[in-house]
Design a protein around this ligand. Structure first.
Ligand code: NAG
Ligand code: NAG
Ligand code: NAG
Ligand code: NAG
Ligand code: NAG
Length: 391
Protein backbone atom coordinates (compact mmCIF):
# COMPACT_ATOMS: atom_id res chain seq x y z
CA UNK A 1 0.00 0.00 0.00
CA UNK A 2 2.78 2.36 1.01
CA UNK A 3 4.72 1.42 -2.11
CA UNK A 4 1.65 2.09 -4.18
CA UNK A 5 1.29 5.54 -2.62
CA UNK A 6 4.94 6.27 -3.24
CA UNK A 7 4.61 5.24 -6.87
CA UNK A 8 1.60 7.47 -7.18
CA UNK A 9 3.36 10.38 -5.56
CA UNK A 10 6.73 10.27 -7.21
CA UNK A 11 5.73 11.37 -10.71
CA UNK A 12 3.83 14.26 -9.16
CA UNK A 13 6.86 15.36 -7.20
CA UNK A 14 8.99 15.02 -10.28
CA UNK A 15 6.52 17.00 -12.34
CA UNK A 16 6.55 19.84 -9.85
CA UNK A 17 10.33 20.18 -10.35
CA UNK A 18 9.94 20.70 -14.08
CA UNK A 19 10.60 24.28 -15.09
CA UNK A 20 7.72 26.16 -16.69
CA UNK A 21 7.86 28.21 -19.86
CA UNK A 22 8.51 31.89 -19.26
CA UNK A 23 10.62 34.00 -16.94
CA UNK A 24 13.01 32.01 -14.74
CA UNK A 25 13.04 32.38 -10.98
CA UNK A 26 14.19 36.01 -10.54
CA UNK A 27 15.06 35.99 -14.25
CA UNK A 28 14.55 39.77 -14.28
CA UNK A 29 16.80 40.33 -11.22
CA UNK A 30 14.15 42.53 -9.61
CA UNK A 31 14.01 40.48 -6.39
CA UNK A 32 15.99 42.11 -3.59
CA UNK A 33 18.81 40.10 -1.98
CA UNK A 34 18.49 39.52 1.78
CA UNK A 35 19.46 42.84 3.30
CA UNK A 36 18.26 44.79 0.27
CA UNK A 37 19.84 46.02 -2.93
CA UNK A 38 23.29 47.56 -2.65
CA UNK A 39 22.58 51.20 -1.91
CA UNK A 40 23.69 54.19 -3.86
CA UNK A 41 23.97 52.54 -7.26
CA UNK A 42 27.00 54.04 -8.96
CA UNK A 43 28.37 55.81 -5.91
CA UNK A 44 29.92 52.75 -4.36
CA UNK A 45 28.54 50.00 -6.51
CA UNK A 46 30.86 49.89 -9.50
CA UNK A 47 33.17 46.92 -9.49
CA UNK A 48 32.27 45.78 -6.00
CA UNK A 49 29.90 42.98 -6.73
CA UNK A 50 27.23 41.40 -4.55
CA UNK A 51 27.36 38.36 -2.31
CA UNK A 52 24.01 36.83 -3.24
CA UNK A 53 21.27 37.16 -5.84
CA UNK A 54 18.00 35.34 -5.10
CA UNK A 55 17.47 32.35 -7.39
CA UNK A 56 21.03 32.38 -8.76
CA UNK A 57 24.46 31.11 -7.80
CA UNK A 58 27.20 33.53 -8.64
CA UNK A 59 30.94 33.30 -9.24
CA UNK A 60 33.40 36.15 -9.65
CA UNK A 61 32.42 39.81 -9.58
CA UNK A 62 28.71 40.00 -10.33
CA UNK A 63 26.94 43.31 -9.83
CA UNK A 64 23.30 44.28 -9.63
CA UNK A 65 23.03 47.45 -11.67
CA UNK A 66 20.18 49.92 -11.40
CA UNK A 67 18.58 51.88 -14.19
CA UNK A 68 20.05 55.35 -14.33
CA UNK A 69 23.32 54.19 -12.81
CA UNK A 70 26.34 55.81 -14.42
CA UNK A 71 29.81 54.59 -15.13
CA UNK A 72 32.43 57.02 -16.39
CA UNK A 73 29.74 59.44 -17.53
CA UNK A 74 27.87 56.71 -19.44
CA UNK A 75 24.43 55.61 -18.28
CA UNK A 76 24.26 51.85 -17.94
CA UNK A 77 21.50 50.18 -19.88
CA UNK A 78 18.97 48.13 -17.96
CA UNK A 79 16.87 46.31 -20.59
CA UNK A 80 13.74 45.93 -18.45
CA UNK A 81 12.50 47.10 -15.06
CA UNK A 82 14.82 48.65 -12.49
CA UNK A 83 17.59 46.05 -12.22
CA UNK A 84 19.85 43.79 -14.21
CA UNK A 85 23.16 41.98 -13.56
CA UNK A 86 26.57 42.76 -14.89
CA UNK A 87 29.25 40.09 -15.20
CA UNK A 88 32.85 41.14 -14.56
CA UNK A 89 35.85 39.37 -16.11
CA UNK A 90 35.19 35.63 -16.07
CA UNK A 91 32.23 36.11 -13.76
CA UNK A 92 29.31 33.73 -13.93
CA UNK A 93 25.68 33.32 -12.85
CA UNK A 94 23.99 29.92 -12.66
CA UNK A 95 20.53 28.55 -12.04
CA UNK A 96 19.49 24.91 -11.79
CA UNK A 97 16.54 24.01 -14.04
CA UNK A 98 14.29 20.99 -13.91
CA UNK A 99 14.34 19.89 -17.55
CA UNK A 100 12.94 16.81 -19.24
CA UNK A 101 15.63 14.66 -20.75
CA UNK A 102 16.01 14.67 -24.56
CA UNK A 103 13.77 17.69 -25.04
CA UNK A 104 15.14 20.83 -26.62
CA UNK A 105 14.78 24.09 -24.74
CA UNK A 106 15.26 27.64 -25.92
CA UNK A 107 16.75 30.17 -23.52
CA UNK A 108 15.86 33.81 -24.20
CA UNK A 109 17.68 36.67 -22.50
CA UNK A 110 18.42 40.35 -22.99
CA UNK A 111 21.99 41.56 -23.05
CA UNK A 112 23.74 44.90 -23.37
CA UNK A 113 27.36 45.83 -23.80
CA UNK A 114 29.02 48.29 -21.47
CA UNK A 115 32.50 49.63 -22.21
CA UNK A 116 34.28 46.70 -23.84
CA UNK A 117 34.55 46.49 -27.61
CA UNK A 118 34.39 42.74 -27.95
CA UNK A 119 31.92 41.22 -25.60
CA UNK A 120 30.95 37.63 -25.78
CA UNK A 121 28.85 35.49 -23.50
CA UNK A 122 29.21 31.78 -23.00
CA UNK A 123 25.70 30.43 -22.39
CA UNK A 124 25.49 26.80 -21.34
CA UNK A 125 23.07 24.19 -20.11
CA UNK A 126 24.93 21.22 -18.66
CA UNK A 127 27.76 20.26 -21.02
CA UNK A 128 26.28 22.04 -24.06
CA UNK A 129 27.36 25.62 -24.65
CA UNK A 130 26.97 28.41 -27.14
CA UNK A 131 29.04 31.57 -27.56
CA UNK A 132 26.85 34.63 -28.12
CA UNK A 133 28.66 37.56 -29.64
CA UNK A 134 27.48 40.97 -28.45
CA UNK A 135 29.80 42.86 -30.78
CA UNK A 136 27.27 43.96 -33.35
CA UNK A 137 24.62 46.24 -32.01
CA UNK A 138 21.42 45.39 -33.82
CA UNK A 139 19.13 47.93 -32.18
CA UNK A 140 19.63 51.54 -31.21
CA UNK A 141 18.17 50.83 -27.76
CA UNK A 142 21.62 49.61 -26.75
CA UNK A 143 20.50 46.10 -25.91
CA UNK A 144 18.95 43.13 -27.64
CA UNK A 145 17.15 39.92 -26.78
CA UNK A 146 18.87 36.71 -27.90
CA UNK A 147 17.88 33.04 -27.91
CA UNK A 148 19.94 29.88 -27.81
CA UNK A 149 18.82 26.24 -27.81
CA UNK A 150 19.99 23.29 -25.74
CA UNK A 151 19.06 19.66 -25.40
CA UNK A 152 18.43 18.40 -21.87
CA UNK A 153 20.93 15.59 -21.43
CA UNK A 154 21.01 14.60 -17.80
CA UNK A 155 18.87 11.83 -16.29
CA UNK A 156 18.11 13.98 -13.29
CA UNK A 157 16.65 17.29 -14.43
CA UNK A 158 18.22 18.96 -11.40
CA UNK A 159 21.63 18.55 -13.03
CA UNK A 160 20.72 20.84 -15.90
CA UNK A 161 22.31 24.07 -14.84
CA UNK A 162 21.94 27.16 -16.98
CA UNK A 163 25.04 29.36 -16.82
CA UNK A 164 25.99 32.71 -18.31
CA UNK A 165 29.70 33.38 -18.27
CA UNK A 166 31.60 36.47 -19.39
CA UNK A 167 34.58 35.08 -21.27
CA UNK A 168 36.13 38.53 -21.69
CA UNK A 169 39.36 39.68 -20.09
CA UNK A 170 39.24 43.46 -20.06
CA UNK A 171 41.74 45.81 -18.45
CA UNK A 172 38.82 47.37 -16.68
CA UNK A 173 37.17 44.43 -14.91
CA UNK A 174 33.84 46.23 -14.75
CA UNK A 175 33.46 46.43 -18.54
CA UNK A 176 31.42 43.25 -18.75
CA UNK A 177 28.01 42.61 -20.32
CA UNK A 178 24.65 43.30 -18.64
CA UNK A 179 22.05 40.53 -18.60
CA UNK A 180 18.33 40.73 -17.91
CA UNK A 181 14.99 38.97 -18.57
CA UNK A 182 16.08 35.34 -18.69
CA UNK A 183 13.29 33.02 -19.86
CA UNK A 184 12.97 29.44 -21.06
CA UNK A 185 10.69 27.52 -23.39
CA UNK A 186 10.38 23.81 -24.06
CA UNK A 187 10.27 23.44 -27.82
CA UNK A 188 8.34 20.98 -29.92
CA UNK A 189 8.80 20.24 -33.58
CA UNK A 190 5.54 20.81 -35.43
CA UNK A 191 4.36 17.95 -37.64
CA UNK A 192 5.02 18.32 -41.31
CA UNK A 193 1.78 19.37 -43.00
CA UNK A 194 0.53 16.93 -45.61
CA UNK A 195 0.88 19.30 -48.53
CA UNK A 196 4.10 20.97 -47.42
CA UNK A 197 7.60 19.53 -47.08
CA UNK A 198 8.72 22.43 -44.87
CA UNK A 199 8.72 22.00 -41.09
CA UNK A 200 7.63 25.07 -39.13
CA UNK A 201 7.30 27.01 -42.38
CA UNK A 202 5.04 29.54 -40.65
CA UNK A 203 7.63 30.07 -37.88
CA UNK A 204 4.93 29.84 -35.20
CA UNK A 205 7.12 27.60 -33.02
CA UNK A 206 10.22 29.25 -31.62
CA UNK A 207 11.86 30.69 -28.51
CA UNK A 208 10.03 32.43 -25.69
CA UNK A 209 9.02 36.03 -26.38
CA UNK A 210 7.66 38.33 -23.72
CA UNK A 211 4.39 40.02 -24.71
CA UNK A 212 6.25 43.33 -24.64
CA UNK A 213 9.36 42.17 -26.51
CA UNK A 214 9.42 45.24 -28.73
CA UNK A 215 12.76 44.41 -30.33
CA UNK A 216 11.99 40.84 -31.27
CA UNK A 217 14.53 38.12 -30.41
CA UNK A 218 17.82 37.67 -32.26
CA UNK A 219 18.65 34.12 -33.29
CA UNK A 220 22.43 33.81 -33.56
CA UNK A 221 24.32 31.30 -35.69
CA UNK A 222 23.19 27.75 -35.03
CA UNK A 223 24.33 24.99 -37.33
CA UNK A 224 22.71 22.04 -35.57
CA UNK A 225 19.28 21.41 -37.08
CA UNK A 226 18.47 18.96 -34.28
CA UNK A 227 18.97 21.61 -31.60
CA UNK A 228 17.56 24.85 -32.94
CA UNK A 229 15.58 27.56 -31.18
CA UNK A 230 13.57 27.74 -34.43
CA UNK A 231 12.56 24.08 -34.95
CA UNK A 232 13.29 22.82 -38.45
CA UNK A 233 15.53 25.76 -39.37
CA UNK A 234 19.15 26.70 -38.93
CA UNK A 235 20.83 30.10 -38.95
CA UNK A 236 23.84 29.25 -41.05
CA UNK A 237 25.48 32.68 -41.27
CA UNK A 238 27.80 34.60 -38.94
CA UNK A 239 25.11 37.12 -38.15
CA UNK A 240 21.74 36.72 -36.49
CA UNK A 241 18.21 36.90 -37.88
CA UNK A 242 15.36 38.43 -35.89
CA UNK A 243 12.34 36.49 -34.63
CA UNK A 244 9.40 38.91 -34.55
CA UNK A 245 5.81 38.91 -33.30
CA UNK A 246 2.58 40.35 -34.65
CA UNK A 247 2.12 42.65 -31.64
CA UNK A 248 5.02 44.87 -32.63
CA UNK A 249 5.62 44.14 -36.31
CA UNK A 250 3.68 43.47 -39.50
CA UNK A 251 3.63 39.69 -39.68
CA UNK A 252 2.09 38.24 -42.88
CA UNK A 253 0.43 35.24 -41.22
CA UNK A 254 -0.13 34.05 -37.65
CA UNK A 255 1.77 35.55 -34.73
CA UNK A 256 5.42 35.01 -35.69
CA UNK A 257 7.79 35.49 -38.61
CA UNK A 258 11.48 36.05 -39.38
CA UNK A 259 13.02 39.39 -40.29
CA UNK A 260 16.19 38.92 -42.34
CA UNK A 261 19.07 41.22 -41.35
CA UNK A 262 22.60 42.05 -42.50
CA UNK A 263 22.29 41.16 -46.17
CA UNK A 264 23.86 37.86 -47.11
CA UNK A 265 25.38 37.62 -43.63
CA UNK A 266 22.00 36.56 -42.23
CA UNK A 267 20.85 33.27 -43.77
CA UNK A 268 18.17 30.86 -42.62
CA UNK A 269 17.85 27.46 -44.26
CA UNK A 270 16.19 24.08 -44.02
CA UNK A 271 16.83 20.71 -45.63
CA UNK A 272 13.47 19.48 -46.89
CA UNK A 273 12.65 15.92 -47.90
CA UNK A 274 12.24 15.55 -51.64
CA UNK A 275 12.02 12.85 -54.28
CA UNK A 276 14.90 13.00 -56.79
CA UNK A 277 13.93 14.25 -60.27
CA UNK A 278 10.54 15.41 -59.05
CA UNK A 279 9.42 18.97 -59.67
CA UNK A 280 8.52 21.21 -56.74
CA UNK A 281 7.28 24.72 -56.11
CA UNK A 282 8.68 26.82 -53.30
CA UNK A 283 6.34 29.63 -52.28
CA UNK A 284 6.70 32.11 -49.46
CA UNK A 285 5.26 35.41 -48.31
CA UNK A 286 7.60 38.32 -47.80
CA UNK A 287 7.18 41.97 -46.98
CA UNK A 288 7.91 44.91 -44.75
CA UNK A 289 7.94 44.58 -40.95
CA UNK A 290 6.38 48.00 -40.35
CA UNK A 291 9.54 49.12 -38.51
CA UNK A 292 10.44 52.06 -40.81
CA UNK A 293 12.97 49.96 -42.64
CA UNK A 294 14.55 51.91 -45.49
CA UNK A 295 13.63 50.44 -48.85
CA UNK A 296 14.43 48.82 -51.23
CA UNK A 297 13.69 45.43 -49.72
CA UNK A 298 14.43 42.19 -51.52
CA UNK A 299 14.83 38.52 -50.68
CA UNK A 300 17.19 36.03 -52.28
CA UNK A 301 15.63 32.58 -52.26
CA UNK A 302 17.36 29.26 -52.94
CA UNK A 303 15.82 25.88 -53.65
CA UNK A 304 18.23 23.15 -54.75
CA UNK A 305 20.13 24.50 -57.76
CA UNK A 306 17.69 27.37 -58.30
CA UNK A 307 18.19 30.86 -56.92
CA UNK A 308 16.13 33.98 -57.47
CA UNK A 309 15.88 37.57 -56.30
CA UNK A 310 12.43 38.81 -55.28
CA UNK A 311 11.92 42.55 -55.02
CA UNK A 312 9.34 43.96 -52.68
CA UNK A 313 6.77 45.89 -54.65
CA UNK A 314 3.40 45.45 -52.96
CA UNK A 315 0.17 46.41 -54.65
CA UNK A 316 -2.10 48.94 -52.95
CA UNK A 317 -2.02 48.90 -49.17
CA UNK A 318 -0.55 45.43 -48.91
CA UNK A 319 2.51 45.01 -46.70
CA UNK A 320 3.49 41.67 -48.17
CA UNK A 321 3.40 39.62 -51.34
CA UNK A 322 3.80 36.01 -52.44
CA UNK A 323 6.87 34.69 -54.25
CA UNK A 324 7.37 31.35 -55.95
CA UNK A 325 10.24 29.38 -57.36
CA UNK A 326 9.99 26.14 -59.31
CA UNK A 327 12.78 23.58 -58.96
CA UNK A 328 13.57 19.98 -59.68
CA UNK A 329 14.91 17.98 -56.76
CA UNK A 330 18.27 16.23 -57.33
CA UNK A 331 18.43 14.34 -54.04
CA UNK A 332 16.34 13.08 -51.15
CA UNK A 333 17.05 16.24 -49.22
CA UNK A 334 17.01 19.68 -50.81
CA UNK A 335 18.25 22.87 -49.21
CA UNK A 336 15.99 25.89 -49.21
CA UNK A 337 17.45 29.15 -47.94
CA UNK A 338 16.74 32.88 -47.67
CA UNK A 339 18.73 36.03 -47.15
CA UNK A 340 18.16 39.74 -47.60
CA UNK A 341 19.62 41.16 -50.82
CA UNK A 342 20.28 44.55 -49.20
CA UNK A 343 21.87 45.63 -45.95
CA UNK A 344 18.98 47.71 -44.57
CA UNK A 345 18.75 50.06 -41.62
CA UNK A 346 15.80 51.93 -40.15
CA UNK A 347 15.02 55.35 -41.55
CA UNK A 348 14.42 56.87 -38.08
CA UNK A 349 17.77 56.09 -36.46
CA UNK A 350 19.78 54.99 -39.52
CA UNK A 351 21.65 52.42 -37.49
CA UNK A 352 19.31 49.67 -36.23
CA UNK A 353 19.40 46.72 -38.56
CA UNK A 354 16.19 45.66 -40.30
CA UNK A 355 15.12 43.91 -43.47
CA UNK A 356 12.43 41.95 -45.27
CA UNK A 357 10.09 39.62 -43.37
CA UNK A 358 9.65 36.02 -44.51
CA UNK A 359 6.67 33.83 -43.58
CA UNK A 360 4.45 30.96 -44.83
CA UNK A 361 7.20 28.97 -46.52
CA UNK A 362 5.84 26.05 -48.52
CA UNK A 363 7.38 23.39 -50.75
CA UNK A 364 5.06 21.11 -52.58
CA UNK A 365 5.45 18.67 -55.42
CA UNK A 366 3.91 18.70 -58.82
CA UNK A 367 3.00 15.25 -60.05
CA UNK A 368 4.96 14.82 -63.25
CA UNK A 369 3.56 12.97 -66.24
CA UNK A 370 5.97 10.09 -65.60
CA UNK A 371 4.73 9.75 -62.08
CA UNK A 372 1.12 9.74 -63.22
CA UNK A 373 1.96 6.95 -65.65
CA UNK A 374 3.76 4.97 -62.93
CA UNK A 375 0.80 5.46 -60.66
CA UNK A 376 -1.63 4.34 -63.36
CA UNK A 377 0.44 1.22 -64.18
CA UNK A 378 0.55 0.41 -60.46
CA UNK A 379 -3.20 0.74 -60.22
CA UNK A 380 -3.73 -1.48 -63.28
CA UNK A 381 -1.50 -4.27 -61.94
CA UNK A 382 -3.27 -4.15 -58.60
CA UNK A 383 -6.59 -4.42 -60.38
CA UNK A 384 -5.24 -7.40 -62.32
CA UNK A 385 -4.20 -9.15 -59.10
CA UNK A 386 -7.61 -8.55 -57.55
CA UNK A 387 -9.36 -9.89 -60.66
CA UNK A 388 -7.09 -12.97 -60.70
CA UNK A 389 -7.75 -13.66 -57.01
CA UNK A 390 -11.50 -13.37 -57.56
CA UNK A 391 -11.40 -15.70 -60.57
C1 NAG B 1 31.88 27.71 -22.63
O1 NAG B 1 32.54 27.48 -21.39
C2 NAG B 1 32.77 26.10 -21.11
C3 NAG B 1 33.34 25.99 -19.70
O2 NAG B 1 34.41 26.84 -19.52
C4 NAG B 1 33.70 25.52 -22.15
O3 NAG B 1 33.90 24.15 -21.93
C5 NAG B 1 33.06 25.71 -23.53
O4 NAG B 1 33.93 25.25 -24.54
C6 NAG B 1 32.68 27.17 -23.79
N1 NAG B 1 31.88 27.21 -25.01
C7 NAG B 1 32.10 28.03 -26.03
C8 NAG B 1 31.20 27.91 -27.18
O5 NAG B 1 33.03 28.84 -26.00
C1 NAG C 1 7.03 43.55 -19.71
O1 NAG C 1 6.26 42.47 -19.22
C2 NAG C 1 6.65 42.00 -17.94
C3 NAG C 1 5.78 40.82 -17.60
O2 NAG C 1 5.39 40.10 -18.72
C4 NAG C 1 6.52 43.10 -16.92
O3 NAG C 1 6.98 42.64 -15.69
C5 NAG C 1 7.35 44.30 -17.37
O4 NAG C 1 7.16 45.36 -16.48
C6 NAG C 1 6.98 44.73 -18.75
N1 NAG C 1 7.91 45.76 -19.19
C7 NAG C 1 7.52 46.87 -19.78
C8 NAG C 1 8.61 47.79 -20.18
O5 NAG C 1 6.36 47.11 -20.02
C1 NAG D 1 -5.92 51.61 -48.19
O1 NAG D 1 -5.83 52.42 -47.03
C2 NAG D 1 -6.70 53.53 -47.04
C3 NAG D 1 -6.40 54.37 -45.82
O2 NAG D 1 -6.17 53.57 -44.69
C4 NAG D 1 -8.16 53.03 -47.06
O3 NAG D 1 -9.03 54.11 -47.10
C5 NAG D 1 -8.36 52.16 -48.30
O4 NAG D 1 -9.65 51.59 -48.30
C6 NAG D 1 -7.34 51.06 -48.34
N1 NAG D 1 -7.46 50.33 -49.60
C7 NAG D 1 -7.53 49.00 -49.69
C8 NAG D 1 -7.62 48.43 -51.06
O5 NAG D 1 -7.53 48.29 -48.69
C1 NAG E 1 4.60 32.64 -59.49
O1 NAG E 1 5.18 33.94 -59.69
C2 NAG E 1 4.90 34.52 -60.91
C3 NAG E 1 5.63 35.84 -60.96
O2 NAG E 1 6.93 35.70 -60.46
C4 NAG E 1 3.39 34.70 -61.07
O3 NAG E 1 3.12 35.22 -62.34
C5 NAG E 1 2.70 33.36 -60.90
O4 NAG E 1 1.30 33.55 -60.92
C6 NAG E 1 3.09 32.74 -59.59
N1 NAG E 1 2.50 31.41 -59.49
C7 NAG E 1 1.92 30.95 -58.40
C8 NAG E 1 1.42 29.55 -58.44
O5 NAG E 1 1.80 31.63 -57.39
C1 NAG F 1 4.22 25.49 -59.75
O1 NAG F 1 4.49 26.78 -60.32
C2 NAG F 1 4.30 26.81 -61.72
C3 NAG F 1 4.75 28.18 -62.18
O2 NAG F 1 4.20 29.20 -61.42
C4 NAG F 1 2.84 26.53 -62.03
O3 NAG F 1 2.64 26.53 -63.41
C5 NAG F 1 2.44 25.19 -61.43
O4 NAG F 1 1.08 24.99 -61.59
C6 NAG F 1 2.78 25.11 -59.97
N1 NAG F 1 2.54 23.79 -59.47
C7 NAG F 1 1.62 23.52 -58.56
C8 NAG F 1 1.53 22.09 -58.08
O5 NAG F 1 0.89 24.38 -58.10
Amino acid sequence: MLLFLLLLLSPLQWASAVVEDGLLNNGDFETAPPGGFPSGGGANGVGEGVATIPGWNIGGIVELVESGQKQGGMILIVPQGKRAVRLGNEAEIRQGLGLEKDYTYAVTFSAARTCAQLESLNVSVGPASQAVDLQTLYSVMGYDAYAGAFKAQSDDGEDDVLAFRNTGMEDDPTCGPIIDNVAIKKLFTPDKPQDNAVINGDFEEGPWMFPNETLGVLLPTNLDEEISSLPGWIVESNRAVRYIDSYHYDVPQGKRAIELLSGKEGIISQMVETTPEKQYNLTFTFGAAGDSCQQPLAVMAFAGDQAQNFHYSPTGNATNQVANLTFTARAERTRIAFYSVYYNTRSDDRSSLCGPVVDEVRVWGTSSAAEMRACFVGFLSMLLVVVMVLV
